[in-house]
Design a protein around this ligand. Structure first.
Ligand code: CMC
Length: 405
C-alpha cells in the first residue's frame, strides 16, 4: 500500500484487501476525513485556522470575524464583515415559546449544559426547513441562526438556573457584550460590559472556535452524516462536549484546585495522580505533545482579567502545580502539558461565571467550528459514518425459557 501524506488510504486498502479491518478504539490512528479548516501540529504546538496562526487571530481579530473565516474559508472584506455582524446580530431572538414553555419546564437546579443540549435540539422543531441540507443557501440560514442564538440560549439557561427573569438580546451591542448583558443585566437600561472583560471573553471564544476532529466535532460530523438537520447534529456535539474529558475539563480543573486547597497539599496530590488515583485535569491532550498554544494565550489573558477582577486565589496553586508537573518525569515522559482548559476556568471564575456555565461558554465558542465541519462534510458528500467492530461475545446459543433459568 502506498503511504501518502504520512498515511494509508483505507478505501484503496478495502479494495485491495477486502475483509481486513483495523481495530482502533478512540480513533488514535484513524483519520476520519480530509479537511481544510484547521491545521493542528501537536508535536510543534501549532494551531492555524484556514492557514492563519491562532496567535495572530487572537491578537488582531474578533470572534465573529474568525467565525466567518472558519465557515467561508477566507477572511471577510469590510462589507462582508459588516453584513455578517448585522445578520448575526439580527437573529439573536428566539421564539417566545422556547422561553415560556420550554425553559420553564426544567427543574429549578437543572445544569445549564443539560438545558443547552435540549434547547439546541428543540430549535429544529421551530425550523423544519432545516431538514433540506442539500441547499447551500438554506444551510447558511441555519448556520447564521445557530451562531446567533446559542448565546441567547446559553444566557437563558443560566437565568433559568438561578430563577432570574430572562434578558432579551440588545442589538446595539457587540456579540460578546450582548451575551454579557443577557447574563448579568438586572434593572439598568443598558448593561455596560467592562471592555477588558468583553475583549478577554472574545479572545477565549476565538481560541475555542475550532480544533479539528475532536470528540464533539466528530459527533457533529457523525450525526450530520445521517443527514439529520444541523440543530440535531449540534445538540449531539454539545452533548459530547459536556463530558469532563472534553469541554467539562475547565469545570473539573476548578474542583481539583479547590480540593488541593493549598501549596502543602500539591506534592501528595501529584503522587496520587502518578499512582493512577485520578488525573491532573487541564493537562494532557490526544494530539498536543508540546505546550498547547492556546494555553499560552489564555495565561496572558488571565493577567489582563485579574487586573480588573482581582487575582483569583486559586491561580497560585495552578501555577505551582504546573511548575511541579513540568519538572516531573511522569508528566515529562508522557508529554503532558497544560491544555486550554487549565487556565480558562480561573478566568471565568474571576469574571463571576458559575462553574456549571464554563462548558456552556466553550459551546458558544465551538459552534462555528462544528458548523464549518458539518458544512464541509455535506459539501464533500461523505458516506454515512458506520465503523466496523470486532465481535468478541458469545457464539450462537439456544434460547432458554424463563421458567428453566
Ligand atoms: N493526568 C495524569 N495522567 C494522564 C493525564 C492527566 N491529565 N492525561 C493522560 N495521562 C496519562 C495516562 O494515564 C496514560 O498513562 P499510561 O501510558 O501510563 O497509561 C498516558 O498519559 C496517555 O494517556 P491517554 O489516556 O492514552 O491519553 P488520551 O489521548 O486518550 O487522553 C485526554 C487525552 C485529554 C482525555 C487526557 O489527557 C485527559 O484525561 N486529560 C485530563 C482532562 C482534560 O484536561 N481534558 C481537556 C482536553 S483539552 C480541551 C478539549 O479539547 O476538550
Amino acid at each position: 500500500m502506498p503511504i501518502t501524506d504520512g498515511g494509508v488510504d483505507a478505501t484503496a486498502w478495502r479494495k485491495n484487501l477486502p475483509g481486513i479491518w483495523f481495530l482502533d478504539p478512540g480513533f488514535s490512528v484513524t483519520a476520519s476525513t480530509e479537511s481544510s479548516i484547521t491545521e493542528l501540529d501537536g508535536g510543534n504546538g501549532i494551531l492555524r485556522y484556514r492557514g492563519y496562526p491562532i496567535e495572530q487571530l487572537a491578537e488582531q481579530s474578533t470572534f465573529l470575524e474568525v467565525s466567518y473565516l472558519l465557515l467561508n474559508g477566507e477572511l471577510p472584506s469590510a462589507a462582508e464583515y459588516d453584513q455578517w455582524v448585522y445578520d448575526v446580530t439580527h437573529h439573536t431572538f428566539i421564539h417566545e415559546n422556547m422561553r415560556k414553555r420550554f425553559y420553564e419546564g426544567f427543574h429549578y437546579d437543572a445544569h445549564p449544559m443539560g438545558m443547552l443540549v435540549s434547547a439546541i435540539a428543540a430549535l429544529s422543531t421551530f425550523y423544519p426547513e432545516a431538514k433540506d441540507i442539500t441547499d447551500r443557501e438554506n444551510r447558511f440560514i441555519q448556520i447564521n441562526r445557530l451562531v446567533s442564538k446559542v448565546p441567547t440560549l446559553a444566557a437563558m439557561a443560566y437565568r433559568a438556573s438561578i430563577g432570574m427573569p430572562f434578558v432579551y438580546p440588545d442589538n446595539s451591542l457587540s456579540y460578546t457584550e450582548n451575551f454579557l448583558s443577557m447574563m448579568w443585566r438586572v434593572a439598568e437600561p443598558q448593561y455596560d460590559a467592562d471592555p477588558v472583560l468583553a475583549k478577554a471573553l472574545d479572545v477565549l471564544l476565538i481560541l475555542h472556535a475550532d480544533h479539528e476532529q475532536n470528540c464533539s466535532t466528530t459527533a457533529m460530523r457523525v450525526v450530520g452524516s445521517s443527514h439529520a438537520d444541523p440543530y440535531s447534529a449540534a445538540a449531539g456535539a454539545t452533548a459530547a462536549l459536556y463530558g469532563p474529558r472534553h469541554g467539562g475539563a475547565n469545570e473539573a480543573v476548578i474542583h481539583m484546585l479547590r480540593e488541593i486547597g493549598s501549596y502543602d497539599n500539591i506534592p501528595s496530590f501529584i503522587e496520587s495522580v502518578k499512582n493512577g488515583e485520578g488525573r491532573l485535569m487541564g493537562f494532557g491532550h490526544r494530539v498536543y505533545k508540546a505546550y498547547d498554544p492556546r494555553a499560552r494565550i489564555v495565561k496572558a489573558q488571565a493577567d489582563e482579567v485579574f487586573k480588573v477582577t482581582g487575582r483569583n486565589p486559586l491561580l497560585d496553586i495552578a501555577l505551582k502545580l504546573e511548575e511541579i508537573a513540568l519538572e516531573d518525569d511522569y508528566f515529562k515522559s508522557r508529554n503532558l502539558y497544560p491544555n486550554v482548559d487549565f487556565y480558562t476556568g480561573l478566568i471565568y471564575q474571576a469574571m463571576n461565571f458559575p462553574m456549571d456555565m464554563f462548558t456552556v461558554l466553550f459551546a458558544i465558542g465551538r459552534m462555528p467550528g462544528w458548523l464549518s465541519h458539518w458544512n464541509e462534510a455535506i459539501e464533500q458528500d461523505v458516506r454515512i459514518s458506520r465503523p466496523r467492530q470486532v465481535y468478541v461475545g458469545e457464539g450462537e446459543r439456544k434460547y432458554v425459557p424463563l421458567s428453566d433459568r
